[in-house]
Ligand binder design. Structure first.
Ligand SMILES: CC(C)(COP(=O)(O)OP(=O)(O)OC[C@H]1O[C@@H](n2cnc3c(N)ncnc32)[C@H](O)[C@@H]1OP(=O)(O)O)[C@@H](O)C(=O)NCCC(=O)NCCS
Length: 256
């Protein structure tokens, strides 16, 4: 009941309320496969050992790209050197949940990060330590009706159905990506049902679709169990949708 009331309030309220308290600074950093060095001297000894254990070429490639992107992002955020000697000391370790945690010279770093890799591109979202963060990249491509029925709430299915056919692949990618961002911010990933996180978008933001080269972040919200509400942003371009959510509420992301 409380959740239902909250959702109604959210839906009837403007998504970005300029009167809200100051938001948390978040930084978005992207790299592509082409930028990852062939050498491995930027990996710590335990990261290099982990890479050795990864047998599937795609997983190795994605993991290297994700680690490279995260280390570059942390170095930029903390103003560290980008030389291999310095990057080697920046370690991205998975927590038991799978969520990435940053250590520098074996000590917890004063940052929180989230990672995503898709189709040869990786993104890393960085904020000060203690921020709950999630980011995600999705390719804009057609999905089956069964996929939409199985993984989206009835409200989300209605948003997709109301959109012009040409916009539907982007909207499906956006809703899916926003869910994954929220599932990462909860440190749950796909252990939760994707319908337990509900994406609240402003339909006028994609009806008509913003041009892909506009490079404009647009607001979104995702509600989660226990009355949690994440604020976030989305952007599309290069056939990818980018989403992020954070708690406390993120300011417009700074692209590094
Ligand atoms: C988190 C998850 C939803 C991301 O999946 P995805 O969209 O395919 O992949 P992305 O590239 O966007 O994100 C992967 C990154 O998410 C991060 N991640 C993984 N589990 C996470 C969690 N529980 N919370 C936050 N972040 C997580 C990791 O940094 C991972 O990259 P890495 O393994 O190279 O370090 C998915 O990996 C998941 O649910 N994992 C946990 C449950 C699990 O292991 N299930 C087995 C398969 S269903």
């Amino acid at each position: 009941m409380v959740m239902a009331r909250m959702l109604n309030e959210v839906k009837s309220a403007p998504i970005a309320d300029p009167g809200e308290p100051a938001a948390t600074n978040v930084c978005w950093f992207e790299q592509t496969e082409a930028s990852v060095p062939a050498e491995e001297d930027w990996l710590s000894p335990s990261e290099a050992a982990h890479l050795q254990r990864l047998r599937i070429p795609k997983r190795r490639c994605d993991w290297r790209l994700g680690r490279w992107t995260a280390k570059q992002a942390v170095a930029a955020y903390l103003n560290l050197s980008h030389e291999a000697d310095s990057l080697r000391k920046v370690e991205i370790r998975p927590a038991p949940s799978g969520a990435p945690e940053v250590f520098i010279a074996n000590r917890p770093a004063p940052v929180s990060i989230s990672l995503s890799h898709r189709a040869g591109t990786a993104a890393c979202l960085v904020a000060r330590h203690g921020t709950d963060l999630g980011c995600d990249l999705e390719v804009i491509e057609p999905h089956t009706d069964a996929f939409i029925r199985d993984f989206f709430t009835t409200d989300e299915q209605s948003v997709i159905a109301r959109a012009p056919a040409a916009s539907q692949p982007l909207i499906v990618a956006l809703l899916w990506s926003a869910k994954e961002s929220a599932l990462k911010a909860l440190h749950e990933g796909l252990r939760l049902d994707t319908r337990d996180v509900r994406v609240l978008t402003n339909e006028t933001d994609f009806n008509p679709l913003p041009p892909a080269d506009a490079q404009t972040w647009r607001p979104l919200q995702v509600s989660a169990p226990n009355d949690l509400l994440f604020h976030g942003w989305w952007l599309h371009g290069d056939n990818l949708v980018r989403t992020l959510v954070a708690s406390p509420r993120p300011a417009l992301p700074k692209t590094m």
